[in-house]
Design a protein. Structure first.
Length: 131
């Protein structure tokens, strides 16, 4: 993977995270949600287009037993980390640190699960194997 591709993936993740964080901040201030929607959409477009280009070029490994195993571990770790985020969000709501709506929480969880699954999968691919 080239550095420019890595930078594009990081930029996409940063924009998605900024959009998610601005959802939480803007819900507290009761401001229009157009900015977070634009940030998340641009981040997703950059991320997805970069991943598809990497697949098309063949820079990513083929699917075999090892890559399926690593992807399964990545999804498992993502699921466990999502449970931690759910607990954190419930504590945020309980202590009144932010007023969370169902739409906001579901959006945060959806994007967090997608991003964390890909980050864990990438980490395990770099690491090589899981024992």
């Amino acid at each position: 993977m080239e550095k420019t591709d890595l930078y594009k993936l990081i930029l996409g993740i940063i924009l998605i995270a900024a959009g998610i964080l601005s959802v939480v901040l803007l819900e507290v201030l009761d401001i229009d949600m157009l900015i977070p929607i634009i940030l998340v959409n641009i981040g997703l477009i950059i991320f997805v287009v970069t991943v598809f280009r990497l697949f098309r070029r063949g820079d990513l490994p083929d699917r075999d037993e090892r890559t399926k195993k690593l992807a399964a571990y990545g999804i498992t770790y993502s699921w466990l980390l999502t449970l931690v985020i759910i607990v954190v969000l419930s504590w945020v709501q309980y202590f009144g640190l932010a007023e969370l709506t169902a739409d906001g929480v579901l959006g945060i969880l959806l994007f967090f699960m997608i991003i964390s699954a890909n980050v864990f999968r990438w980490y395990f691919m770099r690491k090589g194997d899981i024992e």
